[in-house]
Design a protein around this ligand. Sequence first.
Ligand code: ZN
Ligand code: ZN
Length: 99
Amino acid sequence: MSFQDKSLQCSDCGATFTFNVEEQEFFQSKGYTNEPKRCPSCRQARKSQRYGDSSYRSNRQMFPAVCAECGKDTEVPFEPRGDKPVYCSDCYRKIRLSR
Ligand SMILES: [Zn+2]
Ligand SMILES: [Zn+2]
């Protein structure tokens, strides 16, 4: 199995970039069968976007729960396990302030 440098076009910015032998070997060692679709700088930009603060917050999974204080349906950012009371945001604020 021998590799050769390949010229690929970035699907994001349209720039031509080289998918070089080392990267092809790396891809194969990881079991990837697809060629990269984006140039290194767009890949980098995507990565930092994905791990950026705002996307982390919006992608956070919410779990349905019932408030132990007022009985209202609410959502919490962790899975309720039943060993701790779960509060809606209003009650949570009240309880935290009263402590
Ligand atoms: Zn690009
Ligand atoms: Zn409540």
